[in-house]
Design a protein around this ligand. Sequence first.
Ligand code: WTA
Length: 649
Amino acid sequence: MTQPAVHPVDPAFAARARITREDYRRDYEESVRDPERFWARIGQRLDWMTPPTVIKDTSFELADFHIRWYADGELNASVNCLDRHLATRGDKTALLFEHDDPTLPAESISYRELHVRVCRLGNALRALGVRKGDRVTIYLPMIPDAVVAMLACARIGAVHSVVFGGFAPQSIADRVADCGSKLIITADEGLRGGKRIALKANVDAALKLPGTNSVETVLVVRHTGAAVDMQMPRDRWFDAVVDSQADACEPERMNAEDPLFILYTSGSTGKPKGVLHTTGGYLVYASYTHECVFDLREDDVYWCTADVGWVTGHSYIVYGPLANGATALVFEGVPNFPDASRFWQVVDRHKVTVFYTAPTAIRALMREGEEPVQATSRASLRLLGTVGEPINPEAWRWYFEVVGESRCPIVDTWWQTETGGILISPLPGATHLKPGSATTPFFGVQPALVDANGHTLQGEAEGNLVLTDSWPGQMRTVYGDHGRFIDTYFRTYPGRYFTGDGARRDADGDWWITGRVDDVINVSGHRIGTAEVESALVSHPKVAEAAVVGFPHDIKGQGIYAYVTLVAGETASDDLRKELVAHVRQEIGPIATPDHLQWAPGLPKTRSGKIMRRILRKIAENAPEQLGDTSTLADPSVVGSLVSERRNA
Ligand code: WTA
C-alpha cells in the first residue's frame, strides 16, 4: 500500500485554535486516567439546577451492567440551549433558515425569539395534556419549527421521537406504536428540491394502521399552505393552538438520567430500535464535542446539512450548537436544487464559516465538476467536516482542494446514533489530517480492535471496533427492550461496547473506519437494515423469500441489492420488478429503494437453512471469482444460476 498523504496541522489555524496538540495530549491522558475528574470539570459547562456530585458510574461487565453519568444532577436541556444565553446573547441569531426555494428570503431567529417560540409550544403541549415522560413524535420538514418542537418537548420533560420526513406511513406507525406517542407534530407538506411531500397525509395513513391509538392529538404546522384533511377533534392547527400561549414556560426539572429523546435506527436484525438518550451526559457530550471538533468561535456561522430526522441533526444542529450559543443554519432543501451550486451559494449568502456534510453529497457534487463551485466565493469558510460513512480519498481531496481551496482543515467525524456524539475525529488545531482516516479518539474515548474471537489486537492491525469504557453521550437503552440493548452491543465481546464497524489502526496509531461488519447497509449515509428491506419484500403476496445485501455504489457509498424468490406459479416480469420496488418504497420510504432486484429461483443456504450473505454480496459486486468455498451449501448449484443471471443483467 502506498503511504497515505499526511497534512500536518496548519500553524496559522493552530495559533487561534481552542485545542492545540499539547492540549489534546494532556487532556486526553487525563480523560482516560481520571475520567471522574475530567468529566466533572467538563460538566460545569452546563447550567445545572442541582449540580452533580456523582460523575461517572458505569460498568460494561454483564454481571454488574449499568451506565449512569452525573446521576444526581438536575437540569433542563432547553434552559441550557436558550434561557442561559438570553442575558448575553439574546439578540444573537440562533437559527438562520434557508428555504428550499432560493428566491424566498432567508429568516433569522434570535435566541430571544426562539425562547418565546419554544415556551409557547411548551405551554400548548401542556395544555393538550402532555406531561413529563410522555412521548411526542415529530414528523416535520427541515424548518425552524422542527427545532422549536424538539426544545419544547425538552422544556416540559416530554421525550421526543423525531421521524425522518422521508419515511412512509408504515414506518411512522411502527415508531409511534413502539413508544406509544401521545401527540404528533407534523406539517401540511414538506418541500425538497421543489417536490412536495405529503406529510400530513402520511400521518393520516399511519394512524389508520394498528397499534397507533395512543395518539390523541396531531398538531399541524401550516408550511406550504396546501389543503389537508383535518379530522376534528384529533387534528389541530399548530398556530391556532400556539399563538395564544404565554411567552414564559416553567421548565421541568429533569434528572440527568431522565430520557431526553428516542431516535429509531436500523440494526442487523428485526425492526428499527428506539435508541434512548438521557439528558445530562448527552448534553455535556454533544456540546463539548461540538465546541472542540468544530473549534467553535463566538462569531461562527455554522452549517450542518443533516436532517433533524437523524442523530447528526439532533446533536449538531440542535443540542450541541444551541447549548453553545452558536448560530446554526437550518436548510430545507437539497444540494442540487435548483443547481449544483446551491450549497456554495448558501455559504456565500450567509457567510458560513464551518460547514459539515456527508461524503455522499460531496461525491454527487464532485460529479458535476468544479465549475458550479468556482462560480461562488466561499471565502468565509474556515473549517469543513464530514460524517455518516467512510470518505474515499478522492472525494476528500476534492472537498479539500476545490471546496476549501486547500485552506480549510477537514474533520472526518466517526460516530453513531448510539454514541450521541463524535467519538473519533481530528481536532483541527491539534491533529494532522489523512484523507480517509478519522484519525484520533475524542477525550475519554477508548477504542480498541478485536478479532472474531474477541482477542484484543495491538499495534498496526485491522479488526472489529469496540470501545472499552463509557463516555457521557452513550445511549442508555433500547426503548422498552433493555435485553436487546445488552444483547446487541455488549454480549458479542463481553465487557466492551461493540460498534458494528470494522476499523484499522495504522503505524501512527490513526484510526480508519472500514465500514459495517454486520447486516446494516449504509446508503448515502443512512443506515438501513437488510432485514427491514427483506421483510418489506416478503410482505408482498407474490414474494416467497428475499435476501438483501449492500454493494459498492459510486455516489451512495453502498446501494441496496435484493434477491427475490417468487411464490410458485408467479412469473417474473419487469412490471413485477417495478411493483416490488414500489412496494418497498411504500412500506419503508424512498431511502430504502432497492437499486437492483434480481430474480432468484433459489438462495444459497447452509444445510441448516441460513442464507449465505457473503456469497450474495460477491455476486452483487459482480466478483464471482471471489466466491470462495461453496461446497458447504445445501444446493451449490443455485450459485451458478445466480452468477449467470447477474452477468446477463
Ligand atoms: C458510519 C451517523 C466512516 C459507521 C452519525 C457507523 C462512518 C454508522 C463515519 C452510524 C465516518 C459514520 N467514517 N463511517 N466518519 N460516520 N459512519 O447511526 O458505519 O446514522 O456505524 O450515525 O455510520 O450511522 P448513524
